[in-house]
Design a protein around this ligand. Sequence first.
Ligand code: TPP
Length: 344
Amino acid sequence: MAKKKPEQTIRSDAELNRELLHSMLLQRRFEERCAEAYALGKIGGFCHLYIGQEAVSTGSLSVLRPDDYIITTYRDHGQALARGMNPRAVMAELFGRVDGCAHGKGGSMHMFDKSLNFLGGHGIVGAHVPLGTGVGFAIKYRGGDQVCICFMGESVVNTGAFHEALNMAGLWKLPVVYVIENNRYGMGTALERASAIHDIYERGASYNIPRAVCDGQDVFAVRAAMQECVDRARTESLPTLLEIRTYRFMGHSMSDAVSGTYRSKAELDEYMKRDPIMLLRMHMQEQGELTEDDLHKLDDAIKATVQDAWDFADASPEPPLEALFENVLVDTTSDAAAEAVAAD
Ligand SMILES: Cc1ncc(C[n+]2csc(CCOP(=O)(O)OP(=O)(O)O)c2C)c(N)n1
């Protein structure tokens, strides 16, 4: 029997497709090395991999301007790389070294880069959503036309902070795109066991927020959906609740097995048939935009980039003991602090 071809939607030009493939493959190879580094004890603490979800970060961030803002959860390595963060700074942060983006004090869940308006990397489920709303408020208050993208997992919609933040965004018409990365599970709890509503995007109705849903394994579908949301935010200053349906191929974090007891191997296999990188690669090969040789060269170059990030991180020193007390307390009453705030 002929194999059914995985569905795909909008098409794009060859150059752009190559950039999208590069971005997604970089995340995949980076995460694979993170798993290895974790097993070797070079990375400690929490570590949540992004394998399987790469079309969400790449597709979403590919339609943004450099001055737009991004805020996200702890599953943040892929989004940081897709935004253009230096893989060295990301890997060094994971290794807990001084050359990391947070000088080794944040780790996996706290990627941050002010120069890219990448505002983290937050570990408390739901707690960053009001911050995303605050960024939207600041943009509007200052009269700018930037957009804030606030990523979150689907279990966030059951936290109180989500509802308070979306109510304000709907009421004040803030330029924020709230992206639900619906990968079906909050740790080991399936969406259907945790939420009375299974079409998560419908929650936007409660706050009069426009809403949409798209296929998160198809990078073109993500781009198209996100472009609409970003245009709405930029030109009409309106928020959107966008549900992107995806799937994580690894465990919730490094502490659980690949498959877990909460889902079957058959389910995992079924979703892996729609690996987002494979779908894009197949499309490009069908269009004559990519040969096997091109693919190998691209993959080798990306592997070398990731190896370079690893070597850089490994050579970077650990933060000194005194660093424990740096950036903990700020005297906001001093003249210097007031000047720093005014200049920002
Ligand atoms: C307030 C709070 N409660 C519990 C946790 C522990 N915790 C970490 S991740 C997680 C599940 C989150 O699932 P989801 O939002 O769907 O995101 P995903 O991990 O699937 O990307 C939980 C309960 C936490 N970090 N913060």
